[in-house]
Design a protein. Structure first.
Length: 276
């Protein structure tokens, strides 16, 4: 995927201080300017560095921040469910938006603490328009993959379809609810989750065995995060996470995955509203 030139020009300071493992440019990646891709470590990674990276990955996974926010919101009297047992839209909106701000801010802070540029690590040195167009082009592809995967599950393992109706759909009773939820899936889904994925894959590439392991780790984690929607939905979501993770790993930018993720989520809401 990459190679090393004989005479490497001096890099700007922010790339020289990217971490214990230096980075090299991609030679044949259309649309990606020479920028951050992980190379072999310049020195062995210390156990304490691996432990610190693992701590950062767990901290930015969303679980610690959401547990904290759930505790705080409940303490202020905001219930997680309505009287009929359905999820409380106000609770979902509040925790999703606040958690997105917490996690993204935390990731930027941790990158800066390591002397890294959030723009280089997350957005990359890419042509933004081309990456956004790639993200749009990925939307029908991910819909096709999900449709095929769910068809296979329903044919060969129908018991995995254990939730007849997505509980999140119960919050979309009006067009106003759909509009509010659209904001949630854009910010908390398309933006926050792709920032998390990019950061986690980056940290795995530096300290925890390689970026592909970060893709696999967060794909499983991503699927488990949708467990309440059913086993089949969790598997399909994990596959989506894998596609978006590999896209980040290949492009070294979250722009295409972010656009694809946001577009996929919005299309799901539009489909639900149109079919009501």
């Amino acid at each position: 995927m990459t190679d090393r030139a004989t005479n490497v020009p001096a890099q700007p300071p922010e790339l020289q201080s990217a971490g214990p493992e230096t980075e090299r440019g991609s030679c044949h990646n259309p649309g990606v300017l020479p920028s951050a891709e992980l190379s072999e470590p310049a020195r062995p990674v210390l156990p304490l560095e691996r432990l610190g990276a693992l701590f950062e990955v767990i901290l930015c996974s969303g679980f610690p921040t959401q547990i904290l926010l759930i505790t705080v919101l409940r303490a202020f009297g905001l219930p997680t469910h309505n009287g009929d047992g359905a999820l409380n839209p106000r609770f979902v909106f509040t925790i999703s938006m606040v958690d997105a701000l917490f996690v993204i801010g935390l990731i930027v802070l941790l990158l800066r603490a390591h002397g890294e540029s959030a723009r280089d690590v997350l957005l990359g040195r890419v042509r933004m328009l081309r990456e956004a167009l790639l993200g749009i082009a990925l939307i029908p592809f991910v819909f096709f993959v999900v449709a095929v995967l769910l068809a296979i599950i329903l044919t060969w393992a129908p018991y995995l379809h254990n939730v007849p109706r997505n509980p999140l759909e119960d919050m979309l009773t009006t067009r106003t609810d759909a509009a509010i939820f659209a904001v949630v899936v854009l910010v908390a889904g398309g933006v926050r989750e792709e920032v998390q994925r990019g950061f986690i894959v980056h940290r795995f590439g530096q300290y925890l065995g390689g970026g592909i392991f970060g893709v696999l780790f967060y794909s499983v984690f991503f699927g488990l995060g949708h467990f309440e929607q059913g086993y089949d939905a969790a598997i399909a979501t994990a596959m989506l996470g894998f596609i978006w993770g590999v896209t980040y790993l290949r492009r070294r930018s979250i722009v295409a995955p972010m656009v694809s993720h946001a577009g996929f989520n919005l299309a799901q809401i539009v489909k639900h509203v149109a079919l009501r």
